[in-house]
Design a protein. Sequence first.
Length: 235
Amino acid sequence: MQKIISVLKELSVQHDVKNYNWQIPESCPLAIPDHITSNFDRNIYLKENLHTMLKQGDCMSIYYWMIQEWGGIASFKRNDINDAKILKFIKELDKKSLTKISFERISSFSKVASFMKPAEYVIYDSRVIYALNWLLFNYAPAIELFPQPQGRNSELVKYDMQTILRLSGKQHAYRSHKKAYQKYCELMKGLSVEVYGQDSQPYLLEMLLFDIAPQHIVKDIENRVSLKIDLELKT
């Protein structure tokens, strides 16, 4: 574990998390003070304060804003079936075990969880899991890997992580969908404290991994991985 902590600390110095550039849509239901101008600070304010609105208004509308508008997953349409899926997921969080149906939508639902309780839950994003799995595989092989949701980033699509890991010949195991999200949040909380300090929140590490996945992690894969094919021509 100490090795991956050391690597993450180096990465946090090389890639300042304050450069996190995720833009907040103008439709944001929370009024963000005008003096908060950087995308990083605006997202931190949103993380720390949006949950207060869940006690006041239409929670379901805010849940869909988190998924569709802030998260950019417009395909997750509001209807009675999806309403029920969100509420079911929230109940499963308390039970600390997810059904397969809930985990299949973890990229969407974890956004809701992370805004509800930012100190407890972290977004389970395809880019973040891609980066985390690569670092775990190389620097903390005793830790089970996490199932990666389907992603949309073109750089990550070039190198399928599961294929790379299978071709490595090294043994590795993936966590069950039942406990993967819970264990992921626990790991991210612990690592974030090690990297950013005792009072840090786990979303800081999530932001770092999200940012480094398409460039740093992909470049590291390109530098480390090679496939040699020996062709024997018979005449």
